[in-house]
Every structure is written in structure tokens, then in C-alpha cells.
Design a protein around this ligand. Sequence first.
Ligand SMILES: O=C(O)CCC(=O)C(=O)O
Ligand SMILES: [Fe+2]
Length: 351
Amino acid sequence: MSNRESYPPAYRCVFNDGDSPATAEAEPVLIQDKDIDIPVIDLERLDKKILREVCMEWGIFRLENHGVPLALTSQVQEISKSLLNLPYENKRKLFDAVNSQITYFYGTPALNQSGDALPTRAANVNVVEGFYVPISSLSKLPASSTSDDDAQQSKLSSFRVLMEEYGRHAARIAKSLFEAIAQTLNLELSDDIRSAYLSESTGLLRVYRYPRISREAAGEALGMEAHRDSSVISILKEDESGGLEIMKGEEWFGIKPVANTFIVNLGDIMQAISDDEYISVKHRVKTKMNMTTERHSMGYFVLPERDFVIKSSKYKPFTYAEFEAQVKADIQSVGSKIGLPRFNPNSPLFL
Ligand SMILES: O=C(O)CCC(=O)C(=O)O
Ligand SMILES: [Fe+2]
């Protein structure tokens, strides 16, 4: 059955309604870049030498033996999906009611937090919808539904309970990985500094849905444009649809989803503290290979404390708050994130 009504009106014109005979007959266009196997890291047997090589060469890996129960991840995916599948108007109202805790968006997440100003042309727009929740805000969501008939509130409270548990696992994974990566860099970190890099108060969960879009509308549209994450570490859980791509050398490569694993990538902050030894990998999400099904994913982003000063031999000292403000300003003025080069004193971009 079509879930067209759950989409923002601006997406309905590009929606691939699988129920309609015209599109049901159409073959999905599988124009895709070559696939690549990314390295696998076993969280239970962290080999520092391998981890170092992977961080230098790839900046991304698949994590196995992570200890997150499969049932929990599936439940988190299901509840997130069912929230996004609510009729658009109800969904807006529900998220608006808890506005300061959850931010709903579609289009470019960094710009259109309220979902406004989506250009009508699908090309060059992020064809994605979702919401984000700071970890620290989960506890402010309804704990249990107030009345039996309020199915939506109860979805939200289930989301809270499941996400709190999932968030604890993600924080545990982030801590182990950060610890191991810091050792591979011979960084001597005090407890205070370690917790400033892994601030749970600024950690962020993002939940995404990439709509199925029609062949005509797909064109060159991307689910998410090429970017590097601003995080310390990002932990991604995707469904089985595929579409995530990384840039290696000068080429794009698709990454095939593998059940019960997470994809971990290093962000800009990790690149900066490694003095550019490790890389914040460029990645994107393609939608056109994926037109007959939706794609769902969610990311846990480990961010440093906002006012903690990041020091690096390659960049001028900056706080995460400054970094984020610069990213926003660049998106407004040049249309895309510039990121670390903005803080490189040798770059012509340095202000
Ligand atoms: O949805 C995905 O698979 C990737 C999302 C992503 O790259 C991000 O949120 O930074
Ligand atoms: Fe990303």
C-alpha cells in the first residue's frame, strides 16, 4: 500500500507510487558505482595496528561483535520507521508538540530544520526526510502515553525508551573505539579531556527516510549530498537497501549493507586531533538505485563539548561551537560545507 500521505507535499510529486501500473512496470534503474568492501573491525578484539591502518587509509569501517542486541536494533528501526510513516500533518504536529526535543526536517538537514524552502526540482537536493534528537533530550520525551487512544504519543514514548537503551550502547561503542583510536595516536588524555571529546550532552541521533522516487524525478538527485561528518565518530545503522557510497582515491564506491553490523566513520574532529593522520571520509547516499523501496537509516554522532577547544598542529584552535557556526555560514553563503580547510592557517580560505 502506498504511504504517499506520509510524505511532505513537496515530495509527493517525485514519489514513486508502486501501486500505479505505470511505475510498477518500470524497471528500477540500477546505475550504481562499483561496490567496495570496507575493512571490518571486531570490537571484542580491537587490534590497534589494524585500527591505525584503517583510520589512515579508510576513515571508515564495518563494526562487528559490537554487543548491541539484534532485537533492540530492529525495534529501534521499526519504531523510527513507524513515526516517519505517520500521515505528514500528524507527524508535523506530533514533532512540533515536542519541538525543542525533536527537530523534523526534509531536504537539506543543515538548512531546512523546519522543512521549508525545498526547491521544486529534485536534482541537487537531498531527497531525504527525518528528524534529529539530542541524546540529552530523550529524557524529556513523554515517558508513557497519557491515554490509551493516543497511539502517536505512545509511539513517541516507545521511541524514547528504545532510543535511550540504543544510545547507551552507542555511547559504550564510541567510548571503546575512541579510547583505542587515541592509543593508536599515542594521545595521553586526562579523564576530563576524554569526556570532553565524547560529550554525551551534545551527542546527536539522526533518523532518516529516503523516499522512493520516480525514475523521471530521480535524475542525478542524491539522498544525501557528498560530505564529511563534523563529528568525532559517527555510528551508522542502515537497512538492507544500500545506497551509501564513499570516496576512495578519486572514485565513488558503493558499500553493501551487511546485517547486524554498524558502519563507523571518523569525522572532522577526529581528523583534526590526529593532525590529519586519520581521515574524515567523504561519503554520500544515492537514491536512484533505490527507487522502488524506501531506505531507512540512523546515525549516532559523537560530538565534543561545545566550548571545548580542539587543538591540532594542522589547524588553528577551534571549539565545536565555532566549527558548527562556520559550517552553517558556509552552507548559507556558498551552498555547501567547507569544514576543516576553513580552520587551516595555510589555506587560502583562512579568514
Ligand atoms: O543515511 C546514511 O546512510 C548516511 C547518513 C550520513 O551520512 C549522515 O547523516 O551524516
Ligand atoms: Fe555523513
